[in-house]
Design a protein around this ligand. Structure first.
Ligand SMILES: Nc1nc2c(c(=O)[nH]1)N[C@H]1C(S)=C(S)[C@@H](COP(=O)(O)OP(=O)(O)OC[C@H]3O[C@@H](n4cnc5c(=O)[nH]c(N)nc54)[C@H](O)[C@@H]3O)O[C@H]1N2
Ligand SMILES: Nc1nc2c(c(=O)[nH]1)N[C@H]1C(S)=C(S)[C@@H](COP(=O)(O)OP(=O)(O)OC[C@H]3O[C@@H](n4cnc5c(=O)[nH]c(N)nc54)[C@H](O)[C@@H]3O)O[C@H]1N2
Ligand code: SF4
Ligand SMILES: [Mo]
Length: 730
């Protein structure tokens, strides 16, 4: 039987280009690959086509299907047209002017802070606005409103990578680039489904492999498309990557395959590290991580003996209770084999959202702009002086992470919340709990390009934002490439660029009127350039024009430099005070919720190529939504047969948190004791997830919890089928 495609209209392919009057340059706003796009604009100034830019470094003319239909976003269903307001949650919204909505928001922020203290109002932002907007929001949050409970949805996404990089190298910042595929002699990919989630990075890998063969090893509990093309697939037991990494290091040291000269010249902590990995012999490790001892030895030898070897990873590592340790484990492996800062030898975190990097660099979420720290007195002084405020206004250490902000609402510590471009009602673990916390807020303001996002149901004020290429500014991709986004069309209806909204809000605070809040992205970029001088992420040699001309530039690019820098740490000097990278011992603690008699299946979750996150965008684009319009799960056919479950039938999944009804897709992609659900659908997988937090990064373990599968009654089956039909007709 066909899965989910019957009765659907075929894909609509764009015709020649009769309506296009002009092609305008911009960069894709979905994933972190950073593809250069041209949007075709018609006589009326509307975006009617999209195509890849031929000479661009990243994509060389290619786009994935999300990019190809991206111009349809501008006027897609559900876009916010005017600000909305109501007094109580669930009362009807009324349309109001921008002044009314902004005045009310500012008044509520002041009231809550005056009544309960400065930190009782929290701000949660995103990885999906422009870097100039991040910097401005940071100035507003840290320098004007002055709340320390300010963080981003990147805690659900990149926090473990950030934390792991900082622990190993002394700073955030992915050291490698896509060109490393052209030089590597061995690629290890852990917990990344590159062909679906970063199709154009994958295409770059395929191109490199066509020129020169090198081994590809994929570590993933599912037989993903990536696993199918790999030379070796290691179907690891969920949540045990640290054990595998420790064991690889064990074999390398045991067999004397390490790079002694590199370890001695550039690292610290070797002895403690060696003592710890001595405990992870392949025999003991295989019992925990499920990869047999010979495979562990073979992979270790292959990796260590390669002239240059690199590791890439994504959410299979980051979204774990050992996320930060997993990243450190990867860095350990590359440090002992001398694989940092050289062509083809690197630890390259594949980032997620289009500007997940920009928020890390400039938003001040976890610190201060330009990778500065709140904990560092000199850094506080530098930024306070630059902004013209008292350094004492800054807290001396960072406040709550996003995943701790919601529990703090539950306990009454936080009373007001501003959400910018994030939809926690669908994206956070344990939906029931998130609903309860949002209902508890005295004031919630949601700033989003779409007014129909689930979280808006709980808001008192909704602010309609302009999206993607309705705005101008930059974003940083996975390989530290700063890309230019131009405003190819006007903002939809009465929506406004996020930069404008932040600037307007600043004017409503006394301190905000004293600090300079430039109006244009170019002026903001200029502030960032100045603040970047001498820092690891120096962008002082860049301008919007140069970035556009070059189709993106990789930082650092100090003033006077001719071009950007493809790699970091090429000289072996790291950002820790002693200039060395740290080798860190990683004892494994088995704290995940695991399958047991009552809940016998692992619940794994992630994404599919046609959808982006909570489907606020891709759910509205017919050519994307038609591939998977309803929630479904991958289930192993043998396990299904044992339970009497049929392909394309509906079942109920139950966890300790809640339940969800899904359509069954039988496939050997998942092992016997696992189900996999794409997280794109509201009221689905996150009703079930536990989301236990990593101790360092506070990132939730979205990919490890336990469920059981129950049959539906006939009546329930009918109802599910009706809902499915309605969604498919959309
Ligand atoms: N089409 C599309 N592309 C996207 C996105 C999207 O929503 N749609 N989102 C973007 C964002 S924000 C992100 S963060 C990235 C995410 O990109 P990826 O991380 O590549 O995608 P996921 O599907 O979340 O997870 C990847 C794999 O991790 C595996 N995994 C689960 N548990 C474990 C484990 O314990 N160990 C190991 N080694 N692997 C495990 C899963 O089986 C899955 O195949 O994609 C980006 N690109
Ligand atoms: N179970 C499970 N849950 C997960 C994951 C998983 O693998 N499994 N992955 C996690 C990960 S890695 C991530 S990154 C999160 C993502 O979680 P979210 O960030 O909550 O999801 P999005 O749907 O991307 O929400 C972004 C919102 O920003 C809006 N938006 C887009 N552009 C703009 C703009 O320019 N301005 C404004 N103001 N709004 C804009 C969009 O309409 C959308 O509503 O989900 C996490 N949740
Ligand atoms: S790979 Fe990512 S950046 Fe490139 S077109 Fe697809 S979604 Fe956009
Ligand atoms: Mo993400």
């Amino acid at each position: 039987m066909l899965f989910g495609r019957k009765d659907r209209k075929p894909i609509k392919l764009p015709g020649k280009d009769p309506e296009v009057k002009e092609w305008r340059y911009t960069t894709c706003g979905y994933c972190s690959t950073g593809c250069s796009i041209e949007v075709g604009v018609n006589e009326q100034g509307e975006g009617v086509r999209a195509r890849g830019v031929g000479g661009a470094h990243v994509n060389r003319g290619k786009l994935c299907l999300k990019g190809i239909f991206e111009h349809e976003l501008f006027s897609s269903a559900g876009r916010g047209t005017t600000p909305l307001m109501r007094d109580k949650t669930f009362e009807d919204f009324r349309q109001v002017s921008w002044d009314q909505a902004l005045d009310r928001t500012a008044a509520e922020i002041k009231r809550i802070q005056e009544t309960y203290g400065r930190d009782s109002f929290a701000i949660v932002s995103t990885g999906q606005i422009l870097t100039e907007e991040f910097y401005t929001l940071g100035k507003l949050a840290r320098g004007v409103i002055g709340t320390n409970n300010y963080d981003g949805n990147t805690t659900l996404c990149m926090a473990s990578a950030v934390s792991g990089y900082k622990r190993s190298f002394g700073s955030d910042g992915p050291p490698g680039c896509y060109d490393d595929f052209e030089h590597t002699e061995c690629l290890l990919a852990i917990g990344s489904n590159l062909p679906e989630q970063h199709p154009i990075i994958f295409w770059r890998l395929r191109q490199a492999l066509e020129k020169r063969k090198f081994p590809v090893i994929v570590v993933d509990p599912r037989v993903t498309m990536f696993a199918q093309m790999a030379d070796m697939h290691l179907p690891i037991t969920p949540g045990t990557d640290v054990v595998l990494l420790n064991s690889l290091a064990h074999v390398i040291l045991d067999e004397g395959l390490e790079d002694r000269a590199y370890i001695e010249a550039h690292t610290s902590g070797f002895d403690e590290f060696a003592q710890l990995v001595a405990q992870y012999d392949p025999v003991s490790a295989s019992r925990i991580c499920g990869i047999d001892e010979d495979t562990i030895r073979n992979v270790a030898r292959l990796y260590a003996k390669a002239g240059a070897a690199m590791t890439i990873w994504t959410m299979g590592i980051n979204q774990s209770t050992h996320g930060s340790d997993g990243v450190v484990g990867i860095n350990n492996l590359n440090l002992i084999t001398g694989n940092i800062g050289k062509p083809g030898g690197t630890s390259l975190s594949i980032t997620g959202q289009c500007n997940a990097m920009g928020t890390r660099e400039w938003s001040s979420c976890s610190g201060l702009p330009g990778y500065r720290l709140l904990e560092n007195e000199q850094h506080r002084k530098e930024i306070a002086e630059f902004w013209g405020i008292d350094p004492e206004f800054f807290p001396k250490k960072r406040g709550l992470f996003q995943t701790d902000i919601f529990p703090a609402i539950e306990t009454g510590q936080i009373k007001g919340l501003w959400l910018v471009a994030t939809n926690p009602m669908t994206s956070m673990p344990n939906t029931a709990r998130i609903r309860k916390t949002l209902e508890k807020l005295e004031f919630l303001v949601v700033q989003d390009a779409y007014q129909d996002v689930e979280t808006t149901e709980y808001a008192h004020v909704y602010l309609p934002a302009a999206i993607w290429a309705e705005k101008e500014g930059v974003m940083t991709n996975t390989e530290r490439r700063v890309n230019y986004i131009s405003n190819v069309v006007k903002p939809y209806a009465d929506s406004k660029p996020d930069l404008w909204i932040f600037n307007q809000m600043a004017q409503r605070f006394e301190q905000g009127r004293k600090i300079r809040f430039p109006e244009t992205a170019r002026e903001v970029f200029d502030e960032m350039r100045q603040l970047s001088k001498g820092r690891l992420l120096d962008i002082s040699g860049m301008t919007h024009e140069k970035i556009q001309q070059n189709r993106g530039i990789q930082w650092p690019m100090p003033e006077g430099a001719e071009s950007g820098s493809p790699r970091l740490y090429t000289d072996g000097k790291f950002q820790h005070p002693d200039g060395r990278a740290k080798l860190i011992p990683l004892p494994f603690v088995d704290n995940n919720e695991r399958p047991d008699e009552e809940y016998p299946f692992w619940l794994n979750s992630g994404r599919v190529v046609e959808h982006f996150h909570t489907r606020t965008r891709t759910g509205k684009i017919g050519n994307l939504n038609k591939f998977s319009p309803t929630p479904y799960m991958e289930m192993n056919p043998d396990a299904a047969q044992e339970l009497g479950i049929e392909h394309m039938s509906y079942v109920r999944l139950v966890s300790r948190r809640g339940d969800a009804v899904v359509l069954v897709q039988l496939t050997h992609r998942v092992p016997h004791n696992m189900v996999f659900i794409p997280f794109h659908f509201h009221e689905c997988v996150n009703r079930l997830t536990l989301g236990l937090l990593d101790p360092y990064s506070r990132q939730p373990a979205f990919k490890q919890s336990a469920v059981r599968i129950e049959p539906l009654t006939e009546e329930e089956k009918d109802m599910a089928a009706q809902i499915n039909r309605a969604a498919r007709a959309y």
